[in-house]
Design a protein around this ligand. Structure first.
Ligand code: SF4
Length: 333
């Protein structure tokens, strides 16, 4: 089996694929009120092109795929893409990150197409606040989506929450309590200094350690070893149905174990979330490049993958906001 290592001896076996920059929400830390100028339709990779790239990536060692956006479920017939990816040998795991609004509609079709698991981004359990943060989102729709995903056998269902001081940090306990009775994996992800400049402030950042100390007020948390933990550290309350995860990209950054590449909706390979380096794979594909050439570009993106994000924060000292030429909705979270 092919194993691909980068310059820093990291095995690269995971590709995150953004299938669209469109979103049906307008989260305050992600998009301006009026949205962002969309990528032109003709620039967006077709499903067959995505499958061709994954097929080549699989030959050089990629085994796991995550479909992201924008909001991936706003793109037509995502189950068809899942099916195409599933047909590629060597791909062992296909997952999807969604805001959950359309999940009720698509959960069964996604599961039937072979999707293994789902992550739902959810930053508030209070209908009014949720509507405010997402500029109009309906929390009930997300809950119906979570139930539909569970019923469809998408396992595990992970809920990703980003605690932001002064915005939703008073809900850490409520999110933690969700794991007492439901088999969800609730994961707290540290707020990161990119997205919209005006919403970032160092004071809004809450380190994982602090989030965990709030969760520990509910009960003792015992470490749990999970099979596919990725960068998260997992814990569980005694007798709980679900688990709590903590992802610390800043306070305990995991670049040393990073195994991922990103493919943007318009066909650029990005070796690192925090790097501006992009390799244009779409132009090569559309000008009839051979599989060998596509493979060369994938290998090149691994060769130029940086060691990490260099946002050394020591004891929670964070460098300033990271200006990106692309917004997150155009890179894929
Ligand atoms: S910052 Fe770059 S190297 Fe570090 S974990 Fe994220 S993608 Fe990987």
């Amino acid at each position: 089996m092919t194993v691909l290592k980068d310059r820093f001896e990291r095995t690269i076996d995971y590709m995150r694929i953004s299938v669209t920059d469109r979103c049906n929400l307008r989260c305050i830390y992600c998009m301006p009120v009026g949205g962002l100028p969309p990528i032109e339709h003709k620039e967006i990779l077709r499903y067959e092109e995505i499958a061709q790239i994954i097929s080549t990536a699989a030959r050089v060692g990629v085994k796991k795929i995550r479909i992201t956006g924008g909001e991936p479920l706003v793109r037509r017939n995502i189950p068809h893409l899942v099916k195409l990816i599933r047909e590629i040998g060597c791909i062992r795991d296909v997952s999807l990150t969604t805001n959950g609004i359309l999940l009720e509609r698509y959960a069964d079709a996604l599961a039937e197409a072979g999707l293994n698991r789902i992550n739902v981004s959810l930053d508030s359990l209070r209908p009014d606040r949720y509507r405010e943060i997402t500029r109009g989102g309906d929390l009930k729709a997300v809950f119906r989506g979570l139930q539909a995903a569970e019923k469809a056998g998408l396992n595990p269902v992970k809920i990703n929450m980003v605690p932001i001081r002064g915005v939703n940090d008073d809900e850490i306990s409520d999110f933690s309590r969700m794991t007492l009775g439901s088999p969800y994996q609730v994961r707290f992800i540290e707020f990161m200094p990119f997205g919209l400049r005006e919403t970032w402030a160092t004071e809004k950042f809450i380190p994982s350690e602090e989030i965990r100390s709030v969760a520990e007020k509910i009960g003792t948390l015992r470490p749990v070893v999970m099979k596919k933990a990725g960068p998260a550290r997992y814990f569980k309350y005694g007798g709980a149905a679900g688990v709590l995860g903590f992802i610390s990209p800043l306070s305990n950054h995991f670049c040393g174990e990073c195994n991922r590449l990103r493919l943007t909706a318009d066909g650029k390979l990005r070796p690192c979330l925090f790097s501006e380096t992009e390799i244009d794979i779409r132009s090569a594909l559309r000008s009839g490049a051979s599989d060998a050439e596509i493979e060369r570009l994938i290998r090149l993106s691994i060769e130029v993958k940086p060691e990490g994000h260099n946002m050394q924060i020591g004891n929670t000292k964070i460098r300033s906001f990271r200006e990106q030429t692309r917004q997150m909705s155009k890179i894929g979270g």
